[in-house]
Design a protein around this ligand. Structure first.
Ligand code: HEC
Ligand SMILES: [Cu+2]
Length: 352
């Protein structure tokens, strides 16, 4: 048994090194869309500009303290014949010094940090409001001024402040778009605010940052920042209703499947034709609004299509068995036939 201890120590050291190197690869790899080190707007930059000074202060403290320990260990260690060192125990001057210096450092860090925390979560008065609702396991976005609702992909104009007013439909969630701001909770029954701004058009990745149940790891988010003119065009497009398929249209069959296979229990499609069945799904079975489903480049909590997967294949997988495609998902397996799935895809993909 005595032998196994060094082996355990070596194994422990190996695991520690692997973990450390793993962490390094996360920071240095270019293919990491959730990095916090590439701020893309003023709010994320504010966090970045706090992080680096604090980091370097910590480095300085580390080097000073560890350096002092090494100096003491090497130069003042007990040697044969050396006389006993002067004992400092209970020196009031030293005790006061090493209490006050860290307290001052911490106070110096606390002031700008606290100011930033408040500033990053209180929206400017001319910010564009987007209401964010967390659901297990996808984010819903409602634009109150335009009265439109979408899911998974939050579209914003570049160069303008957006105010995310957030709440949750079920459990705690947390909205986090690392390139645009820090994290903030979505709390059932409460409203929290988070400022977002992207300086350049582009796509910014995000993730729910609070463990919210079985499919938490598959609750992702995207923010798509557009040129302001494109954003206006997007808004206008979303405000239009979906075209109601009539008999003979290639989309008609899929629409019939939608009407007859329980989809309307949980999903809403707003049709431009008022006489159509503008059925609003009951709150209790809330699923993403599908009116402009085809305008969103990702679906199912922004997890599909998977890397290298075509959108059609992803949709086939999804409609065939949602909880198998996204474990835990509350969209049930509706036992659709292949023909029904193909028909649904034609209709869904026509709604841009
Ligand atoms: C019991 C409620 C329920 C029923 C019935 C249901 N869905 Fe869903 N659906 C959901 C939920 C919840 C989600 C979000 C799932 C997730 O991301 O985890 C979803 C997601 C989707 C999505 C992806 C939307 C997006 O943007 O992420 C599509 C497409 C879809 N459903 C189509 C259908 C069709 C077609 C039917 C009928 C054949 C149907 N659903 C029936 C609840 C339901
Ligand atoms: Cu969540």
């Amino acid at each position: 048994m005595a032998r196994s201890r060094p082996r355990l120590v070596r194994l422990g050291a190996l695991v520690a090194v692997i973990l450390l190197l793993g962490a390094c690869s996360l920071i240095s790899s270019e293919d990491q869309p959730l990095t916090t080190f590439e701020p893309a707007g003023p709010f994320a930059e504010r966090i970045d500009s706090l992080f680096w000074p604090v980091f370097w202060i910590a480095v300085a403290v580390f080097v000073l303290v560890q350096g002092a320990i090494l100096v003491i260990v090497f130069f003042y260690r007990d040697r044969d014949g050396s006389k006993e060192a002067k004992q400092l125990h209970g020196s009031p001057k030293l005790e006061i010094a090493w209490t006050i210096i860290p307290a001052l450092i911490l106070a110096g860090i606390a002031v700008p940090t606290t100011a930033a925390v408040f500033d990053l979560t209180e929206c400017g008065s001319d910010a564009i409001e987007v209401q964010v609702t967390g659901h297990q396991w996808w984010f819903e976005y409602h634009y109150p001024d335009a009265d439109i609702t979408t899911a998974n992909v939050m579209v914003i104009p570049a160069g303008q402040e957006v105010c995310a007013r957030m709440t949750s439909d079920d459990v705690l969630h947390n909205f986090w778009i690392p390139a645009l701001n820090g994290k903030r909770y979505l709390v059932p029954g409460q409203t929290t605010e988070l400022r977002l701004q992207a300086d350049q058009p582009g796509e910014y990745w995000g993730h729910c940052a609070e463990f919210c149940g079985l499919s938490h790891s598959l609750m992702r988010a995207r923010v798509q920042a557009l040129e302001p003119a494109e954003y206006e065009a997007w808004l206008a497009g979303q405000q239009a209703g979906a075209v109601l398929p009539v008999e003979g249209d290639p989309e008609y069959e899929g629409y019939q499947v939608y009407l007859n296979k329980q989809c309307i229990q949980c999903h809403t499609v707003r049709f431009e034709d008022d006489s159509a069945s503008n059925i609003i799904a009951p709150e209790a079975f809330n699923g993403p609004e599908l009116t402009h489903f085809a305008s969103r480049n990702v679906f199912a909590g922004a997890t599909l299509p998977g890397e290298g997967q075509s959108r059609e294949d992803a949709l086939k997988d999804w409609l065939a068995d949602p909880p198998n495609t996204k474990p835990g998902s509350f969209m049930p397996d509706l036992a659709l036939t292949e023909a029904e799935i193909d028909a649904l895809i034609v209709w869904l993909e026509s709604m841009e």
